[in-house]
Design a protein around this ligand. Structure first.
Ligand SMILES: Nc1ncnc2c1ncn2[C@@H]1O[C@H](COP(=O)(O)OP(=O)(O)OP(=O)(O)O)[C@@H](O)[C@H]1O
Length: 291
């Protein structure tokens, strides 16, 4: 049957089969071949479509539409309680762990809806790692902190090399090379956070979600984390929640502004948001008139 002789629904189905990526056994779609002509920044890796999140009867996010580009830093900003962390957690289904949380709408990762029944949330979180607000190393050695995720996943080969690479990528190796057997808890706050970043990247995820990763750190440690985030975006897609607008302006390529009520008011290139936002409410927020 040719396209001409098909009914429109048959044609749609065939188009859909051609464009929809084929998931693997964990329900997810593997990393694309980088030989394609478009650059990573042109590719949408994560896409929210009409996404609502509720905690019991309270709606925390309303109809979010957002396309997050690959290998870029996307910042989520907005006043307290506007749903930034809720959105971040919806990307790797961490909200599943909150009993009263419920998600409606679609969240695609490489074109596959992560809320489909055939997606394994544990496999999803391997591809989409997370770093939290307070550094939370395990009470283990520096080495074991980073090796932990690899061992849990049964990635037992070349552990030494992978631990070294992750510490190097997290800009920590030079400072801890001679003390890999010391406790992770003996490091400074900034070093502990870089250790947590090394732990998150050791299993080689594609995305790193960061929930205010520098808010507990002093200015010097914060500056190191900011430099690191910009470097990480060469290899990974980074989505970061921050209360610090200067930080968002410094390190992100795209900025999403959420406002009270769980609404995404504007999403655009970071320069545009900070220099010439479309929305008066966004302008008022970023110029400090409220929030
Ligand atoms: N586990 C939870 N149970 C019930 N309600 C929650 C839960 N987590 C968040 N909420 C509510 O959802 C709304 C959005 O919270 P969220 O933490 O996502 O906002 P936020 O913008 O990240 O805030 P902040 O900047 O203060 O961290 C708030 O009203 C909050 O009280």
């Amino acid at each position: 049957m040719t396209q001409d002789t098909m009914t429109s629904s048959e044609a749609e189905q065939t188009d859909d089969q051609q464009t929809r990526p084929t998931p693997g056994a964990d329900g997810l779609v593997d990393r694309a071949d980088d030989s394609e002509s478009e650059t990573a920044a042109d590719r949408t890796l994560i896409e929210a479509r009409d996404l609502d999140v509720y905690y019991g009867d309270d709606q925390a996010l309303q109809g979010i539409d957002m396309e997050i580009p690959e290998k870029q830093v996307t910042a989520l900003i907005g006043p307290s309680g506007c749903g930034k962390s809720t959105f971040l957690r919806s990307i790797n289904r961490m909200n599943d762990l909150i009993d009263i949380a419920r998600v409606d709408g679609d969240l695609y990762f490489r074109g596959k809806n992560v809320y489909d029944d055939d997606v394994d949330p544990v496999a999803l979180r391997r591809k989409i790692g997370m770093v939290f607000q307070s550094p939370n190393p395990f009470p283990k050695s520096i080495y074991d902190n980073v090796a932990y995720g690899l061992k849990v996943q049964g990635k037992d080969d070349d552990v030494d090399e992978k631990v070294h690479t992750a510490l190097e990528r997290a800009a920590l190796l030079d400072e801890v090379e001679d003390q890999l057997d010391s406790s992770g808890l003996d490091l400074s706050g900034g070093q502990q956070q870089r250790l947590c970043i090394a732990r998150a990247i050791a299993p080689d995820p594609e995305v790193i979600l960061m929930d205010e990763p520098a808010s507990a750190l002093d200015p010097v440690a914060t500056s190191k984390i900011e430099d690191l985030i910009e470097d990480l975006a060469q290899e990974y897609t980074v989505v970061i929640v921050t209360h610090n607008m200067q930080q968002a302006a410094r390190i992100s390529d795209k900025t999403a502004v959420f406002l009270t009520g769980g609404e995404l008011v504007e999403f655009d290139d970071t320069n545009k948001i900070f220099e010439n936002p479309e929305s008066d409410r966004v302008e008022d927020y970023i110029t400090g008139k409220f929030g």
